[in-house]
Design a protein around this ligand. Structure first.
Ligand code: ZN
Length: 423
């Protein structure tokens, strides 16, 4: 038993003597190299993380495509490039879509990440962009038939210009092509495109239908109505109510084909102002004189108040403005004769009449001579028939040299024309 115990004690002592310094050595190493050990630990963690991410994405073998001498991307296998070529061909429009030359291609095996592999569509895009004879263009179809294909030209904008060229300024316009016009945009071979002049000629030839809603103000003529009066002689005519034109706001719907009107209809017609009828007063009194009038006139025996040939009639009795006499236009200074002998009852300035002479011929008959430039008789003076009583002028309310001549019977004005044989 003691033998066994001694053995264990010996083993213990040997182990203790040898292990203790080893532990102390490790402790000392850790103590002395703490910073290095920490850095190593961090490096291990990072490497592990990197390894995990590489495992997640995955590395793979691929083929790098060198198209026309340029790196076009990496694909799974060279066979995949044929698929990309098919995609490229099918994305080209126009008649000659198959006839374009592929550039030289080279393949190089590579080890790459799975997510760096390009799809056939991406490679097709590189093929298209790398070929100068492929352009992005617009093709125009009329009723389903291709009429033109053009690149570097804003077809849609030009079609809009074609559509609006027959618009009516200020109107509400809608427009459309008569034919069914469609545009398609995509890749085309340069040889399938036209020049701008040809394109513009084709697009300008498209027929346009334009519908314009036009609002305009239109004048409406007035009507003339006549009223009769037995107070005035035949031939008398006077506007007693001036006509006023009406005004309507009219909305029209105008349809044109290439600018030529094909229909024009009135949508609405709003009356802004009604026209006002013109009213004209017409005299119906016969010019024929009664026997009594004739006798009175014959008895009066008047001379003409101005030298013959020296005058023109500028206004008759009545004349639409209640004119109380006749106006005889004559040069300033023309002699004015007393039409009959009598007594001057007034000679002087007389308001609107200007310089004016009134002669009383007896039996209730008086004559009046107005607008004179000079008076040659005085009130109370006796004058004989044909005596110069004044000279023609334009005094008072007058617009030119003339004699305003009145005949007054028993205090009432009558038409002087028959008294002085004026026609
Ligand atoms: Zn007058």
């Amino acid at each position: 038993m003691k033998k066994t115990k001694d053995f264990f004690n010996r083993v213990y002592n040997v182990v203790y003597d040898n292990v203790k310094p080893l532990f102390n050595g490790v402790k000392k190493f850790i103590y002395e190299n703490e910073r290095i050990l920490r850095a190593v630990s961090i490096a291990i963690v990072f490497t592990a993380a990197l390894a995990v991410s590489v495992l997640a994405t995955g590395l793979t073998f691929g083929v790098e495509v060198i198209y026309g001498g340029k790196d076009a991307g990496v694909i799974k296998s060279a066979k995949e490039f044929d698929s990309a070529k098919s995609v490229a061909v099918s994305s080209i429009n126009g008649a000659d879509y198959k006839n374009f030359d592929f550039k030289d291609v080279d393949f190089r095996p590579v080890l790459t990440l799975k997510n760096r592999i390009s799809s056939k569509d991406e490679i097709a895009e590189v093929i298209i962009n790398g070929n100068d004879d492929i352009v992005y263009a617009t093709e125009v179809f009329v009723n389903g038939e291709s009429v033109i294909c053009i690149d570097n030209f804003n077809v849609k904008e030009y079609l809009e210009t074609c559509l609006s060229k027959y618009d009516i300024a200020g109107a509400k316009n809608t427009h459309e092509f008569i034919d069914n016009v469609e545009v398609k945009q995509g890749y085309y071979l340069q040889c399938n495109t036209s020049n701008v002049n040809d394109a513009v000629a084709v697009l300008n030839g498209l027929k346009v239908k334009t519908t314009s809603v036009v609002t305009k103000e239109v004048t409406v003529p007035y009507s003339t109505v006549t009223k009769k009066t037995s107070m005035q002689y035949v031939g008398y005519s006077s506007v007693i109510t001036a006509g006023v034109k009406g005004l309507n706001r009219r909305v029209e719907n105008i349809v044109t084909l290439n600018g030529v009107t094909t229909s024009n209809s009135i949508v609405s017609n709003e009356v802004l102002r009604k026209p006002v009828n013109e009213v004209v007063l017409i005299g119906t009194k016969s010019k024929a004189l009664s026997a009594a009038d004739k006798a009175t006139i014959a008895n009066a025996g008047f001379l003409f108040p101005l030298p013959s040939g020296s005058y023109v009639v500028t206004s008759y009795y009545g004349d639409g403005r209640n004119h109380q006499g006749v106006d005889l236009g004559a040069n300033k200074g023309t002699s004015i004769f007393a039409v009959k002998g009598g007594t001057v009852v007034s000679s002087g300035s007389n308001g609107a009449y200007g310089y004016c002479v009134i002669i009383d011929h007896g039996n209730g008959v008086k004559t009046l001579y107005a607008h004179a430039s000079k008076l040659l008789v005085s009130k109370g003076e006796r004058v004989s028939a044909g005596q110069v009583v004044a000279l023609v002028g334009t005094t008072g309310r007058s617009s030119g040299n003339h004699l305003h001549f009145e005949v007054i019977i028993n205090g009432r004005n009558v038409n002087p024309a028959p008294y002085i044989n004026l026609r």
